[in-house]
Design a protein around this ligand. Sequence first.
Ligand code: NAP
Length: 480
Amino acid sequence: MREPKVVIIGAGMSGICMAAMLTRAGIEDVTVLEKAGDVGGTWRDNHYPGLECDVPSAFYQFTFDRNPTWTRFFSPGPEIHRYFAGTVDRLGLRNKIRFNTEVVRSEFHNGQWQVDTASGDRYQADFLLSATGVLHHPVLPDIPGLDDFAGPRFHTARWDDSVDLKDKRVAVIGTGSTGAQLTVALGGKIKQLDLYQRTPQWVIPLPNWGTDPLTKVLRRFLPLTSAMEYHLVKRGMAFLAEGLTRPGWRRKMWSVTARGNLRTVRDPELRAKLTPDYQPGCKRLVISGKFYRAVQRPGVTVITEGIDHIEPRGIVTKDGVLHETDVLVLATGFDARAYLRPIQLIGPGGLTLDQAWKDGARAYRTVALPGFPNFFMLMGPHSPVGNYSLTAIAEAQAKFALNWIQDWRRGAFSTATPSDHATLLFNKKVQGALPRTVWASGCNSWYLGTNGLPELWPWSPFAHERMLADNHRDEFVLDA
Ligand code: NAP
């Protein structure tokens, strides 16, 4: 068998998954290039107060490295980060990772990928795997005067732990999952929290069970292994998530639950402020049993007047009022449509990724790209990242890439590239199915691509797994 050289870009959850699956398959020449000094991607970058995952931990983990001791149903960020770092150590992957090594460019040359780093090093690879994450590039709001603010100011993904918030007036701009979690963590516990809301969110009040007495009793008497828990939650999540991809009673159920939850806000004026004018699920649902309670606490104000500008002392809203603040927190989300950019990717013949994506990001079956041989992406365009566990998606996509690499080892081909035709057909089907998803029902969100349609998987996540279980060899152009 031939031994491939594999380079993976990124040591976040997907990169760890890919490296683990290659290593477990006996492929040893694997190098993971990571621009930061630690593993964990988004779980390394984000450590703001209140951070939790909105996918149950039982299902937000690798099937090949289960953790039977999650402390909560939705575990806190630091615990998840520890778990992924633990996977790296348990599976002996750390020596494959080159930290502080930022990939800036990669070109396919003489049958191999040449991978160039910011420090001027070059790596060669038979296969290049992009695992650069979905929520990686923080978006800073384009608000006049942002740089004039005199106090500490940071994006939630760049949280400054040295700033003590206790006796401070804190302004949080943004009410997505991050803004909501911060509000729960800080509301009522600091001097004043001003939450700047441009668009209200629908909130689903799922409780976050911990190791409370009931769970302990249940665990004692129900002989559930973590593998059984994984599959139970997986089935449950996929079942309920279908409401997001097609109309029907499950979509109604999300709607009734979110609307019922909103009614728990007692003050009609505040309730009106928090009432969205789009369908529940169109933007990512905020999962929180505590958000509405938190915004009703003393010392929490929801400000819906638009922001005019920022000055050294605080935020001036369009009505001319200056809201003085000590700390400015930007919970303004991420550029989820960047994918592996700004890395320059250049295929044989000089085709660049920017050229290939000039009309929007498109992939072959979410994982590969015509014009770019022996290249696979994890969390590529139209992956089911809106309604499923990203660990399960990463495993399905990594397995697809691994199957191709195994064929290469057996000498079946030297380069494999998905055909334009197959990619076109796939994307036509996707575009045709997207309009019936709730994500396309009329709202602005990080799910939307340049054509205004969501860059998400419009069917059941199980269909995505089934699709990737097959190599679809006839849809690839192979060179011997
Ligand atoms: P987000 O959902 O994109 O929310 C960004 C927020 O910032 C929105 O409320 C947006 O308002 C607001 N905003 C952006 N620019 C603004 C501006 N110039 N002026 C005023 N407001 C502005 O980002 P996120 O909350 O960080 O969440 C991103 C994703 O990360 C989530 O959807 C989720 O998938 C994941 N996440 C998950 C968890 C969890 O597991 N519980 C926690 C955090 C994040 P508009 O709505 O008007 O655009």
